[in-house]
Structures are given as C-alpha cells and as structure tokens.
Write a protein that binds this ligand. Structure first.
Ligand code: ADP
Ligand code: ASP
Ligand code: MG
Length: 416
C-alpha cells in the first residue's frame, strides 16, 4: 500500500466526460489498495475567463477580490469529481483551501503556502477509506482568513505541498502530455520525452517558460524530497498495469541520472519585453537610478545589457521585464527621467527568450558559442544574452522563436 497525490490539470477535467475519466484513474489506485488525495485545477479556460471578468469589472481591482473570483474554478471541479467518485462507489469528500486549511502568506494573486494541516485527511484515509479531493491553486491567509491564490499554474504547487504534508510516497502530475520533453512537444514534434530530469534542471525549465510544472512546485519538491512524476491523464485507466511503470518523467536528484547529457533541453518564453534606455550618462549611480524605481514598483528585471560608452559620456542600457509590466515600466522610468538623465526610451514586446539548459554545461566549454553560430546561420539576430552555470538565454524577435528552438534542438542532438 502506498499513499499517493494525484494532480489533474485543466484539460484533464475540462468537462464531465473527462472528469469521469479522472474518476476511473482514481478508482484504479484505490482498488490497488492505495490511500489517495486528488488535487484538481479548474476546467481549462475557466481561470482565464474569471481573470477576464475581473479586468472587465475594473482594470485596477483589489487583489483580495480577484482571489475570491478566480479561486472559484477549482471549487467547481473538486465538487464535481467528488460527486463522480461517489457515483462509481468510491468514498470521497471535497476540500477547499480554507477547509483543510492550506495556510498562505497574504500576497494575494501569488501567495506562498506556509503550512498545511494533513491530519484530518490521514485520519479519514484510515477510518473511512475516503479519497480527499482538494481544490488546487487556492489557500487562505493565516491572519485575515481571506481566500488567496498561488499564481497561475499553482495547482502543481498545491499538489506537491500536500504530498509533503501527508508524507505521500509519490506525487503524480497528470497532464495533457505524457512527461517532460526536451522542449515543448507542441512546437517541436521531434522532442523526446525524458525518463528522468534533475530538480535543478526542472527548476530552470519551469522558470524559463516550460509551463508543464509551476516553478514553486519544483522548489518545494526539492526541499521536501517529494517524488514528482509527470504523466498523461489521457492514457486509458484500464490499459495501465498497476504494477508496471507507466510512461512519464520522474523529477529526481542529480545523482540519480545515469547518463547526463551536456544539454538537456530548450525552453522559451514569449512573455518578455525589451526596454532600452538611450544615452544615459556613463557614471556611477545610473544603474541604481534606473533599477531602484523598478524594484520599488515590484517589477522583475531579467536580462541586463549595458554598453561601454564610446565617448566616455553616455551609454545605452537594455533589459527585459515581463511583457505584462512593459507599459508600467516605461511610465515608472519616465517619472524618474530627470534623476536618471536619459535621452529617450525604446522597446518592444515582440521579443522572446530562448534558453538552453543542461547541468553538463558546468564542465563543457563552447556550448553557447555553437548556438550563436547556428542561430546566425539561420539569420536570427540576438538582441541580448545571459548566462549562468547550467543555462544560457538569448533574446530574439518573437517571430523567430520556433525557428530558433528547432535549430538549437537539432544542434544539440536532441531530436528523436
Ligand atoms: P495542466 O493544465 O495539466 O496543468 P499545462 O498546460 O499547465 O497543463 O502544462 C502542460 C503543457 O506544458 C503541455 O501541453 C506543453 O505544451 C507545455 N510544455 C512546455 N514545455 C514543455 C516540456 N518541455 N515538456 C512537456 N510539456 C511542455
Ligand atoms: N487554474 C489555475 C490556472 O489556470 C491553476 C492551475 O491550473 O494550476 O492558472
Ligand atoms: Mg499547469
């Protein structure tokens, strides 16, 4: 007997038929003798619709009310799955974040989980053989008692945090792909599924745009040593051998990877915007004058490139921000124009960041140089570059994203 968390994403619970399919997956594990906590997302598209309604009601709205609205998608699917499970003879009860409770910080819209009380769930596994069906994505602020949400894609984080709280043997993330691929399989059909990927690499994948797992879920998994397995909910429940190993990807420690490649995969993100501040004085304190006000406005700056000035007087400074923060960033900088002393700002939201990831890069030189050559050969212009120990990223025109990803995917021998 094992204790399992089974998490199902939006496409896996998109309608009543799919919820019925999920119920059969749950029944399979219950019949194999396991204790099961299920975490569900909202039906696919639902959260976008709810976010859209908040914006339509008032572009600048109170984040506490945003959370009250957007958390509702998961309330519906948890109740529906509990009903469906009961309908096929499985004891089940739904739980909202505030009912367990899942206590969080008060950063509404992107709250962090602080504590989860798993005792009642475990008691019910033992006493009633009851499946817990938990609404993902939501929690409750520990002091105010108000509903919070964990940021987009947050049900993954709910699932891993619950797995840690109930000491689950495994956290299965069921989604619309059967594992983590060398790049998004929707963009590169020749992408390969990985049997295993190290936590460190998965963190980079997630933070650089591969939305298959929310970044925070990987961090929590690494911290609490949760065994996370990404697999498909579209496999037929009756075709799965309860004693075999289904197709999927295990997120594990670096030591558990047998054959480490230099490059593991390619991630990309189109949610970036480029800002160039032109003709700033080339003197101490200018970077602080630019990035200080942005930090105060809680705008996350990512890539930064500063030229060495040719005339010793002025230079240009280029950086990226999330595209949703583009206009706000420009406004913030214009407000500080006198203090910074720049000439003008230009920028673009039609850019993308393409990243190459691999722990093996720590011990291999020239990996990035190969990429620059290959991209140049395809006529892809690079606007900015950043590197770190196990990844490097290039900023390019968004129109070239797919071409760049495919080029790099074949360059590093990742094609099937
Ligand atoms: P869910 O609704 O189940 O949470 P998501 O849409 O959040 O699913 O995440 C799954 C999607 O992530 C896939 O459909 C795929 O297009 C995308 N994806 C991006 N990069 C990768 C990758 N490297 N491996 C697998 N999927 C990826
Ligand atoms: N429903 C939420 C979202 O779309 C959470 C999730 O799916 O993980 O972001
Ligand atoms: Mg997701």
């Amino acid at each position: 007997m094992a204790r399992l968390v089974m998490k199902f994403g939006g496409t896996s619970v998109a309608d009543i038929d799919r919820i019925r399919n999920v119920a059969h997956h749950v029944r399979r594990e219950v019949e194999a003798g396991h204790e099961v906590a299920v975490v569900v997302s909202a039906m696919s598209g639902k959260t976008n619709e709810l976010v859209g309604w908040c914006r339509a009601a008032a572009p600048l709205h109170d984040a506490r009310e945003y959370d009250a609205v957007v958390a509702s998608g998961e309330q519906v699917t948890s109740g529906l799955l509990a009903i469906t499970l009961e309908g096929i003879g499985i004891n089940a009860r739904s739980w909202q974040g505030w009912q367990l409770p899942i206590l969080t910080s008060n950063a509404h819209g992107s709250a962090r989980i602080l504590d989860i009380n798993g005792a009642e769930l475990i008691k019910r596994f033992k006493e009633r053989k009851e499946v817990a069906v938990i609404s993902g994505f939501q929690g409750v602020h520990k002091d105010t008692g108000r509903i919070t949400t964990l940021g987009r894609g947050g049900s993954d984080t709910s699932a891993v945090a619950i797995a840690a709280a109930i000491q689950a043997d495994r956290c299965d993330i069921y989604t619309d792909v059967d594992g983590v691929y060398t790049t998004d399989p929707r963009v590169v059909p020749r992408a390969r599924r990985m049997d295993r990927i190290a936590f460190e690499e998965m963190l980079e994948f997630a933070s650089l745009g591969a939305k298959v797992l929310q970044v925070r879920s990987v961090e929590l998994g690494m911290l609490h040593k949760v065994k996370i397995f990404v697999r498909s909910s579209f496999d037929k429940p009756e075709d799965i051998d309860p004693h075999g190993t289904p197709p999927g990807t295990l997120i594990c420690d670096e030591e558990d990877i047998v054959e480490q490649q230099t490059v593991t995969g390619i991630a990309f993100s189109k949610d970036e915007a480029q800002i160039s501040v032109r003709h700033v004085p080339d003197k101490p304190g200018v970077a602080a004058a630019i990035f200080g006000p942005l930090a105060e406005a809680s705008i996350n700056v990512d890539m930064i490139v500063q030229n060495v000035s040719a005339d010793g007087a002025t230079t240009d400074l280029t950086f990226t921000v999330p595209s949703a923060d583009f206009q706000r960033s420009v406004d913030v900088l214009n407000k500080s124009k006198a203090a910074i002393g720049f000439d003008h700002i230009d920028g673009s939201i039609d850019v993308a960041k393409v990243s190459v990831i691999g722990i093996g890069m720590r011990s291999h030189a020239g990996v990035a140089a190969d990429a620059f050559k290959a991209l140049a050969g395809r006529g892809v212009n690079i606007r900015a570059i950043t590197t770190s120990e196990i990844k490097f990223s290039v900023l390019i025109d968004a129109a070239y994203t797919e071409l760049a990803v495919r080029t790099l995917h074949s360059l590093y021998g990742l094609d099937k």
